[in-house]
Write a protein of this length. Structure first.
Length: 306
């Protein structure tokens, strides 16, 4: 059904005068009459009775006016929704994120994005960096917040968003737990809770490189995928660990965090935005633009960073 004819019908029903209706619609009277006739033919029912002074709605016309107004409203909503989706101001945005992003990155990015694009439905999914990259490649996610380096081949583009230094996590009962900082080399000989090389290759590689830069290979007693799980094992007294500084926000009752004296680039890890170039989701493009306006801050309170 041609919505222009429906609009012509509604305006004529409101004015009950062909001349005034044509003037409001900015069309010629004959064109309006032809439009109404075609709509009546399409509906199989007369909508107006012609009189010497104008027109009157028939019973069918009276019944059709309310539905015609709803149809016009729905048509406008359809056009608006399509336009906003194309502009990235509505639609759906699927975001994957690693657990450590909840301490600073998620609380800063998500409210900012929602404030600028309240019409976009956000679907957030926590996963490992490896899983997030896989889901990006499979078009199961639009963007991801991952730990870099990824240590795996991927078509994803990475934009660094937050730099974290490694700090040491020790059980509160550990002999070094009362120290505020120490050289990483002092942890030589300690049992380490390490990130799984298969499940968290980026963090595993970075932590191993940091230890090697301090001239030792860690004695690994336990492995885990998520940083929160690593910290739970540390709290349980199963070893020490290297964790990103942002994890100070994880207030474990039985874990102590110590700054490390080390200037090696291996002592840093990065939270990054990951996405596939050429994606067609405009809302994702808006999120990428928003992230691009951020600097590359260190985690709050990070020692030795700027």
């Amino acid at each position: 059904m041609d919505l222009r004819r429906v609009r012509h019908f509604v305006v004529l029903a409101e004015t009950l005068n062909v001349s005034r209706a044509a003037e409001r619609l900015h069309i010629a009277q004959p064109a309006l009459s032809v439009s109404i006739q075609k709509l009546e033919t399409e509906l199989g029912s007369r909508l107006f009775e012609r009189t010497s002074t104008g027109v009157l709605l028939t019973a069918s016309g009276e019944a059709a006016v309310a539905e015609a107004r709803r149809l016009l409203y729905q048509g406008e909503q359809l056009a608006r929704s399509a336009r906003e989706a194309a502009e990235g101001t509505s639609g759906r945005l699927r975001i994957g994120f690693v657990g450590s992003a909840i301490y600073q990155l998620i609380p800063s990015l998500i409210p900012l994005f929602r404030g600028q694009y309240p019409g976009v439905e956000l679907v957030l999914r926590e996963a490992t960096s490896t899983s997030i990259v896989q889901m990006l490649n499979e078009d199961a996610l639009d963007v991801g917040l991952v730990r870099a380096p990824l240590m795996q081949p991927s078509a994803a583009t990475l934009v660094a968003l937050q730099r974290d230094r490694f700090i040491a996590a020790l059980p509160r009962t550990h002999a070094l737990a009362q120290r505020r900082r120490l050289p990483l080399a002092e942890l030589r000989g300690e049992r380490f809770v390490m990130y799984s090389a298969a499940g968290a290759p980026g963090l595993h590689g970075s932590a191993m490189a940091a230890c090697q830069a301090a001239s030792f290979v860690p004695d690994i007693s336990q492995e885990a995928v998520q940083i929160a799980t690593v910290l739970a094992l540390v709290e349980s007294g199963l070893g020490v660990a290297l964790v990103p500084e942002v994890m100070r926000g994880h207030r474990g009752e039985h874990v102590a965090y110590l700054d490390l004296d080390a200037a090696s680039p291996a002592m840093e890890t990065t939270l990054a935005l990951a996405y596939i170039e050429g994606m067609e989701n405009p809302a994702a493009q808006r999120f990428i633009e928003l992230c691009g306006h951020r600097g590359l801050p260190a985690a709050a309170g990070a020692a030795g960073t700027s």
